[in-house]
Design a binder for this molecule. Structure first.
Ligand code: SF4
Ligand code: ZN
Length: 732
């Protein structure tokens, strides 16, 4: 075994820095040094350079500075014998590699070479990962549905091995990035050949065909500490610590290693991400000193995924129902097109509904699944479409009627997580498909019942003691039962409508995002949901019953200190402790003074538009300009990290139509600009609220991106529309 590790790292870094420098000068001679560049949809410039040095690269000229930093960290190329003495320097060189790779990829974007397309298959790689995607995945990162990330570099020895490694990671809910190649072959190509669905929906994301593309995954990781962790750009120690402690990433290197892989790997190790290779890498120095604790080998491909997970110290518990197809959140995003469909239910094609009912313990038999419908097997075997009613009866000592809807909402995930099953909607507007492949694997309606019993027990273990499922397939039966279902939905809605902040003594906190944003606390009241949109008051209440020491804690709201702004003594007391002193006082119903903090996974951002005496709202994913003079990505940069920022706030989408929405600032009449997407999506409820506020046509008076993307045009529109905000008392 030759002694090459540290030297390979340093040599690789030299190569890449040189390449970055040469390429940069070439592009500058063509475009000039003032040519501006940003990666698609990010507020963090070249994120690695920005996080580590605080320097925002905005132009080609700025890239010279970045390359300068990379050079500074470089060490002279060593002779072949150097090992341990170079270890620290090898890690420095790893970081200069990451800077160089970031510059190279940016230049490739400028040259129109990124994201790359695979010439054989026409497959377009993901390229740079946007801030939007990062925020979209925020909750999954914190609530454990996505326990970690793998970067697979290279190619497996054969296609089937590639599929089995990736499937194992998928079943463990790990997000997998693919990059690199071995003599032109790669895991991406191997999966494509096997017809595996790739992309964010299935949690397998091919970044690009070269080792350098691994940088996109690291760029993604480093933004977690900027976005969620509130770490300051330039505070490299804080960033590196955050990465090591909170970002559960690791690499699997398949195939022979070369200088570029070693040096990229050293960069990743610098960030605290270990790697496991499938080749006989020298992990122990002949003198017995461990070279890289973070590099390991596992020659058996059936064990390599598990080995990597262990090396990163991840504990993953997977619950799988007894069904003949794969199961896990990674299969949730999978779509079933018409051609691939064996049978479907609901979706306006057949009558269908789903319902969870609370029962007495002695009324039901645990685990029992019954299908009611004459000759249903024969009808099912024919395929096509079929009526379907699913009733889940649950009982438990700690079960409450309020939890019915919480459990019912999970039916969507329960079904979608099965490979080859697809579900949309809820209640009596649900729609479900089973794929030809799932049918071939033997899935039946009874299995759907088993999924429901297993997963309901699993997800709600301490509130549910017994679960029984009845599936109806006769049209007349489905219609009869859906009448009862509708009556129950109505009762629930009525109850929910009467749930106000005043009507309860207890609010709930959500601390889940503290794993990423340590000082952030969501205070969830009946009329204000968590800012990610995934947790409302009932969810908080149920989650607390399920796990009394978990991320949702009751807050005795205590004495009302300010009704207009929504300030409660108990909430303030709780927050002082739960935020580690970062928040002294909170007003639930205003954006102007001590507003709620934001972690980073908000569905929407509200921002003050002082010129218009109102506020604007933009949702995650909107890439256009806003009248605040900033895009969502930039706005988001000034709201996250668990601090209070008067004038800016992250919120859950449904909060907009709550009676408590900015109650202290004048309510929905303050909305002067809102994207079309929000206007259309919330129309029905918004119009109802607007009528209550005495301005039934408010939605038409609110501007959107169609009429204004700057404050000047906005003001013109507002005055011609006669927007009420112009007449309201000044916000500041
Ligand atoms: Fe994070 Fe708040 Fe959502 Fe909880 S409710 S997951 S703290 S954003
Ligand atoms: Zn969050």
């Amino acid at each position: 075994m030759s002694k090459i590790i540290a030297s390979a790292v340093i040599r690789g870094a030299h190569k890449l820095v040189k390449q970055a420098e040469d390429m940069l000068e070439e592009v500058i001679s063509e475009k000039g040094k003032d040519f501006a560049f940003e990666f698609p949809d990010t507020a963090f410039y070249l994120p690695m350079v920005y996080a580590m040095t605080g320097f925002p690269v905005k132009t080609l000229g700025d890239m010279r500075v970045a390359v300068g930093y990379a050079k500074e960290m470089l060490h002279p190329e060593p002779d072949e014998q150097l090992w341990v003495p170079y270890l620290g320097e090898a890690l420095d060189s790893g970081m200069s590699t990451l800077f160089a790779e970031e510059v190279i990829l940016a230049l490739k974007y400028i040259k129109g070479l990124e994201p790359m397309t695979d010439p054989e298959t026409g497959y377009v790689y993901n390229g740079f990962i946007t801030d939007t995607i990062q925020r979209n995945l925020g909750i999954q990162l914190v609530d454990g549905t996505m326990p970690g990330f793998a970067a697979i570099i290279g190619a497996a020895p054969d296609d089937d091995t590639a599929v089995s490694i990736v499937r194992e990671l998928q079943e463990k809910n790990i997000l997998t990035f693919l990059s690199g190649n071995v003599n032109g072959n790669s895991v991406t190509k191997q999966l494509l050949r096997k017809g595996v669905e790739l992309g964010w929906d299935t949690r397998i994301v091919p970044l690009g065909p070269d080792t350098e593309h691994t940088l996109y995954a690291l760029d993604w990781a480093i933004r977690a500490s900027l976005i969620f962790g509130g770490k300051k750009p330039g505070d490299f120690k804080a960033h590196l610590k955050y990465q090591k402690d909170r970002v559960f990433a690791f690499a699997i290197v398949l195939g022979e290693l070369n200088d570029i892989i070693w040096t990229t790997g050293a960069g990743a190790i610098n960030m605290g991400f270990p790697a496991v290779a499938d080749t006989d890498v020298p992990v122990i120095h002949p003198t017995g000193v461990c070279i890289y604790e973070e590099v390991d080998k596992e020659l058996d491909h059936t064990k390599i995924a598990q080995r990597a997970i262990e090396v990163r110290g991840l504990k993953i518990i997977v619950e799988k129902p007894p069904i003949p197809v794969a199961y896990g959140p990674a299969f949730e995003g999978e779509r079933i097109r018409k051609e691939d469909m064996f049978i479907e239910f609901g979706g306006q094609r057949t009558p269908a509904f789903e319902l969870v009912r609370m029962r007495e313990i002695e009324e039901i038999e645990d685990g029992k699944v019954t299908v009611i419908g004459e000759g249903w097997q024969e009808k099912y075997e024919k395929g096509g479409k079929m009526p379907l009613g699913i009733v889940i009866d649950v009982a438990g000592r700690k079960m409450q009627k309020d939890f019915e809807s919480v459990i019912e909402r999970k039916m969507h995930h329960n079904i979608n997580e099965a490979q080859g099953l697809w579900h949309m909607g809820q209640r009596d507007i649900n729609w479900m498909r089973i794929s030809n492949n799932a049918k071939k694997d033997g899935i039946t309606l009874e299995h759907i019942g088993h999924i429901m019993t297993t997963m309901t027990h699993h997800r709600f273990r301490s509130i549910v003691d017994k679960v029984q499922v009845t599936i109806y397939t006769d049209e007349a039966e489905v219609n009869r039962m859906s009448e009862e279902a509708r009556r129950i939905y109505k009762e629930r809605d009525h109850r929910l409508g009467s749930l106000t902040d005043e009507a309860v003594d207890t609010f709930y906190s959500c601390l889940l995002c503290q794993s990423f944003a340590p000082s952030h606390v969501c205070v969830i009241s009946p009329e204000r949901l968590g800012l990610c949109g995934a947790y409302n008051w009932l969810d908080g209440k149920a989650a607390y019953e399920i796990d009394p020491t978990g991320g949702n804690q009751p807050i005795q709201k205590g004495q009302l200190l300010d009704a207009k702004f929504g300030r409660y003594e108990g909430v303030d007391d709780y927050l002082k402790k739960a935020s580690g002193g970062a928040v002294e006082s909170l007003n639930l119903y205003t954006i102007m003074e001590n507003p709620m903090t934001s972690c980073g996974c908000f569905e929407c951002i509200i921002a003050l538009v002082p010129e218009a005496n109102g506020i604007m709202i933009v949702q995650r994913g909107h890439t256009g300009m806003t009248p605040a003079g900033m895009k969502f990505s930039t706005l988001a940069g000034s709201v996250g990290g668990g601090t209070q920022n008067p004038g800016f706030m992250g919120i859950g989408r449904n909060f907009i139509v709550s009676k408590k929405f900015l109650h202290g600032d004048g309510g929905i009449k303050r909305i002067v600009w809102m994207t079309k997407n929000l206007k259309e999506g919330l129309k029905e409820e918004f119009d109802k609220r607007a009528a209550e506020e005495g301005v039934p046509d408010l939605l038409d008076k609110i501007a959107d991106e169609g009429v204004a993307e700057d404050s000047e045009k906005l003001l013109e529109f507002l005055s011609s529309a006669g927007h009420p905000a112009l007449e309201m008392e000044p916000m500041i």
